[in-house]
Design a protein around this ligand. Structure first.
Ligand code: SF4
Length: 425
């Protein structure tokens, strides 16, 4: 699988009251005005810039950008993935939601009337198809398959997707994934997720709302095969845009060694060998003890990275948070894991312990990370523990923790915004 280039990004967005997409298309011959804005538009400059449409077309998807902040990305089946209307970005998630990004927050907000967005995307596809059907309409093409005919085919397919069809996709997602995809590490957010297990073997962390009532359950080999087939079918052409596989849910590494090896083999058969390999969350306190040879075997089978929640280097604080207080056993599990060439991602909590234990938490956490002997391929993610401290103090605590860790570890240190994640199409 090869990660595709995407024109879309969660940019700076504004305006809640959006016109329909068809209205947002600049009127023919007038690149500066939408149909709706004609009345209020400023005086027309003497020489209007040329209407520019740029399209990237590839085997998996196509994206068109127009002057004026209008854009559309559709996949090869015609399902819209992103929609931009006068600079406001909307994205369809694989679980059937539509999100947008209100300023100043970069975090996605779910749109209530997703049906209206589906219809807007359809109307924009129809308008673009009509306009680009004229051979004299200028268009700059790029991408792996810069072919106007292919672009027109995808736009025609997009016109056929009704809001009802998209609702059926939502149900297909629910049948494919037995639980919501709540979170992925930031560097794996474009992975395809496979669920060999659901729930969390711990489910006791006081700060975690995701898995509190979800019992850990491992899928049978037969159910997992059916799941992988359903994932392949659901993503369809979008699968080729994913650079890795992420094994959910809360701790796929809690599977027994033979079961995990079988899962990796099934992923390789059904999903291919992604460039970034297979990764998963690992809770060492609720997982089999693995020797260096065990880790080597997992790596040989395709596992390339594991992500674990240290949360704090203070044993007593870890216990309060719902983790094991036995820090030494966690560190020796990490030492065994690091004997194989797997990347390690470590998550720590900024603000844990409140103001009273701020310096003890910072010192103990930076020290525990230093003892893991992480390298430049590894990550430490600093996640703010909301409500542990007032907003401003929490930001300062996160910054201080990032700096303390960066001073004592070769790993890359980055923020981890839990509420920014969505499983995008
Ligand atoms: S181990 Fe992870 S997923 Fe499970 S409850 Fe704790 S934080 Fe949540």
């Amino acid at each position: 699988m090869v990660k595709g280039r995407q024109l879309d990004s969660a940019g700076l967005l504004d305006s809640v009251n959006q016109p329909t997409c068809a209205e947002a298309l600049p009127a023919e011959g007038d690149p500066l005005r939408s149909k709706r804005s004609d009345a209020a538009a400023p005086a027309r400059p003497e020489v209007a810039p040329p209407l520019e449409m740029v399209a990237r077309v590839g085997p998996s998807d196509a994206a068109i950008e127009l002057a004026g902040g209008t854009g559309l990305r559709v996949d090869a089946r015609g399902r819209w993935c992103s929609l931009r209307v006068k600079g406001q970005l909307y994205r369809r998630t694989l679980d059937g939601a539509v999100v947008t990004y209100p300023q100043p927050s970069p975090h996605p907000l779910e749109v209530d009337d997703r049906g209206a967005c589906h219809e807007q995307a359809r109307a924009l596809a129809a308008a673009l198809h009509q306009r680009l059907g004229r051979a004299d309409m200028p268009l700059r093409l790029c991408g792996e398959q810069p072919d106007r005919g292919l672009l027109l085919t995808l736009l025609a397919r997009a016109q056929a997707w009704s809001a009802t069809d998209h609702e059926q996709e939502r149900q297909r997602f629910a049948a494919t994934y037995r639980e919501p995809i709540e979170i992925l590490p930031p560097d794996r957010c474009m992975d395809v997720v496979a669920l060999p297990a659901t729930g969390c073997p711990n489910a006791a962390c006081t700060f975690c709302a995701f898995y509190r009532s979800r019992r850990f359950r491992v899928l049978s080999p037969r159910d997992f095969s059916a799941h992988l087939e359903a994932v392949r079918e659901l993503l369809g052409p979008l699968l080729a845009l994913r650079s890795g596989v992420f094994l959910g849910s809360a701790s796929a590494l809690s599977l027994s060694q033979p079961r995990l090896l079988a899962v990796l083999a099934a992923c390789s058969t059904e999903l291919g060998k992604p460039a970034r390999g297979v990764a998963g969350f690992w809770d060492p306190d609720h997982a089999p003890t693995r020797t260096p040879d065990d880790w080597q075997a997992l790596h040989a089978a395709g596992l390339t990275a594991v992500y674990l929640g240290l949360e704090s280097g203070l044993p007593s604080l870890r216990a309060e948070l719902g983790k094991s207080a036995d820090l030494e056993s966690l560190l020796s599990a990490v030492a065994a894991q690091r004997s194989a060439p797997l990347r390690t991602g470590v998550i720590v909590l900024a603000g844990a312990g409140g103001a009273a234990r701020a310096s003890a938490h910072l010192e103990a956490t930076a020290s525990a990370v230093a003892r893991m002997k992480l390298g430049p391929r590894d990550f430490v993610f600093v996640s703010p523990l909301r409500e542990a401290l007032p907003e401003g103090e929490l930001a300062q605590a996160a910054q201080a923790l990032r700096e303390a860790i960066a001073a004592r570890s070769a790993a890359r240190v980055a923020p981890y915004a839990m509420d920014a994640f969505r499983y995008y199409s």
